[in-house]
Ligand binder design. Structure first.
Ligand SMILES: [Zn+2]
Length: 205
């Protein structure tokens, strides 16, 4: 059952490469739409009443017994709270192993001349500073719409995305949750199809 955007309390486009922060209150629904397809959306989650209690990739993976994020995934925090739950997913496969891009990873993976290219870590640090959070608060994230299959030998691959234009993922907050997004600016690997594109962010009460 798809919700009507006319009833949304928030409905904004986030251009490629930019950060975003917002609090999704308990019971509210949050949708991220991959408007043009094949766009990685790096996302962090925090208990809004205690920012030390934040999204934990390994607790989430252990609790659900799967490395991929999709419908039914409960986003578990470091204090074992359920922050949010994925309730709809038209893409079917989101990563939480690959981490976010940074000046350091860009220069190691793609060459020293790529060090100064804009990165998700830059976005996170910018917004963390505005919220008086510390760089230590920037830990493991979810890469919505990013395709990171694990090969038989255990190697991770970052390969072409599988999301189509208009694909979306929707989650319901189990508690007031601060969400930080970096709409990934990466140009050097196929996570964005080498062409970062905008996303739509929608919130319903
Ligand atoms: Zn990135």
């Amino acid at each position: 059952m798809s919700k009507d955007t006319k009833n949304a309390i928030y409905n904004e486009k986030l251009p490629s490469g930019l950060p975003w922060a917002g609090v999704i209150k308990k019971g509210q629904t949050f949708r991220i739409v991959d408007l043009e397809g094949c766009q990685a959306v790096d996302t962090l989650f925090y208990n809004n009443d205690n920012l030390n209690d934040r999204y934990s990739a390994n607790d989430t993976i252990r609790e659900q017994g799967s490395i991929f994020i999709t419908t039914g995934t409960k986003l578990i925090s470091t204090d074992d709270n359920v922050l949010m739950e994925i309730v709809e997913d038209t893409c079917g496969n989101h990563d939480t192993l690959g981490g976010h891009c940074s000046a350091e990873s860009n220069s190691v993976r793609f060459g020293l001349d790529k060090k100064y290219m804009h990165s998700c870590r830059d976005n996170y640090l910018t917004i963390a500073a505005q919220l008086e959070m510390s760089p230590k608060d920037i830990t493991n994230n979810i890469n919505f719409f990013m395709n990171v299959p694990v090969e038989e030998n255990g190697h991770l691959a970052i390969v072409d995305g599988i999301s189509k234009p208009g694909d979306y993922v929707e989650m319901v907050a189990h508690m007031d949750t601060l969400v930080l997004i970096s709409n990934c600016p990466q140009l050097n690997n196929p996570c964005n199809g080498y062409n970062p594109t905008p996303i739509q962010l929608i919130i319903w009460d």
